[in-house]
Design a protein around this ligand. Structure first.
Ligand SMILES: [Mg+2]
Length: 257
């Protein structure tokens, strides 16, 4: 991750603030309104990937579909706290290897060939960046996939979970946990530290109940396109705004663009 190049979203300088406070001319008042408006706009927007920037339920499920395997039981055990992220990932990999004992990196890339961006994803990210907003992807999904989504939308930063391969590109038995799926705040707090911005200037966008773990105190969270009942219930309970749509353009009013 690299620090944001602060653009038009940055705070006005203190002397300008002072002058505007003293100056009562119509122009100064108009400028003041614009600057105060600007102050509430986010400096960083962190998107979940699967189901938000990418029009797919889960980048893990995509690989299961590819191999004809199913992780429903594992997911249930994970949700009940019986498995850790890394145990869940190793169990997923073991299921695939039962079908195909040697799996090459290229096989996994191929599994994602039919995946698409969410409608509006490119345009929303482009307009955020033009407004000086740092755009990050914080995903508990698969790095191979999240990296390609990040490249397509031209996000500034991304972080995701993933795989280990040997030197010839064969999949190893253990995954790599970078974003614990129920503790996504660990990545969010790192991002806030690196960018040196307060949580009040951060907006997170997610589609699942686990994404609510991005919602650090003081920040804004927008629920987008929740599919599972658990997500709908969790969003309602959290009292956050929810955009029920398959078009990311519909979150623009919350982002100031
Ligand atoms: Mg998601």
């Amino acid at each position: 991750m690299r620090p944001q190049d602060f653009g038009p979203g940055a705070l006005p300088s203190v002397p300008l603030f002072f002058l505007l406070t003293l100056n009562k001319t119509p122009l100064a008042k108009a400028l003041w309104v614009e600057l105060s408006d600007n102050m509430d706009k986010p400096l960083c927007v962190a998107f979940d990937c699967d189901g938000v920037l990418a029009d797919s339920i889960s980048s893990w499920r995509t690989i299961h579909n590819h191999f004809g395997t199913d992780s429903k039981d594992l997911l249930q055990r994970f949700m009940q706290g019986e498995l850790t992220d890394s145990e869940f990932m190793a169990a997923d990999i073991a299921l695939w290897k039962e079908v195909s004992p040697k799996i090459h990196r290229d096989d996994l890339f191929r599994a994602y060939s039919g995946c698409k961006l969410m409608k509006g994803a490119k345009e929303v990210v482009r307009d955020l960046k033009e407004a000086g907003v740092h755009v990050a992807i914080v995903s508990a999904g698969v790095d191979l996939y999240v990296q390609s989504i990040a490249a397509m939308v031209k996000a500034d930063d991304w972080i995701a979970n993933g795989f280990n391969f040997d030197e010839e590109g064969w999949l190893m038995d253990e995954g790599v946990v970078r974003v614990p799926s129920m503790e996504k705040y660990t990545s969010i707090n790192k991002l806030l530290n690196i960018l040196d911005i307060p949580p009040e200037r951060l907006v997170c966008v997610g589609d699942s109940s686990m994404d609510l773990s991005m919602h650090v105190e003081g920040s804004t969270f927008i629920g987008f396109n929740p599919q599972r009942d658990a997500a709908k219930e969790a969003f309602a309970k959290a009292g956050i705004p929810v955009v029920n749509s398959k078009d990311l353009n519909d979150i623009r009013p919350y982002l100031g663009i």
